[in-house]
Ligand binder design. Sequence first.
Ligand code: IMP
Ligand code: MG
Length: 209
Amino acid sequence: MASCLQIADDEKGHDLDLFCVPRHYESDLDKVIIPHGLIMDRTERLARDIIQDMGGHHIVALCVLKGGYKFFADLLDYIKVLNHNSDKSVPLTVDFIRVKSYCNDKSTNSVKVIGGDELSNLSGKDIVETGRTMQTLLSLLSECNPKMVKVVSLLVKRTPRSSGYRPDYIGFEVPDAFLVGYALDYNEYFRDLSHICILNDQAKEKYKV
Ligand code: IMP
Ligand code: MG
């Protein structure tokens, strides 16, 4: 099973005052749970693991928008650095797909998929909660008969709502809380926040639709 960095359920996180957080979000967040630097360090290692496992296969890196865009871009930057500086390198092309399933902090039970013209080999994803979004996407991808599909997710949530689905590569396993930042949103807000943070209840009301 994919190894990952465990963020414990009783993790206290870090005070917001210790980091730079946009003023407009200061009263909406409880704690910084994964600082941006730690996200980058873990992503660098995921890039190395992926390149080691992929051999010389051509990678079509498929970004799952919108929440996966930061992770995707940073992961690919690290893969590019490895491609530039080692004897072994893999050809890389990119594609983008958009999925939407959430309203407020709850799943709507329907997964809408838009875009993507060449679907094979590798997916980059923000967060897996129940696993339903990824399972829907994987059954769609299988219709294109790809040689291989590997899923990379920055976060997997420990939750009783999980279907048991596990991605091939995981950055962090996180407690069952609603997280925002590093492109993860609450009704489209908080994508412009660098750290992954826990949203407070007041903010859930403030940005509710
Ligand atoms: P799943 O289908 O239950 O695995 O949910 C995955 C999708 O739900 C993600 O791609 C996100 O869009 C959204 N999601 C689940 N948990 C969170 C969270 O804590 N913060 C932000 N979005 C989340
Ligand atoms: Mg979302």
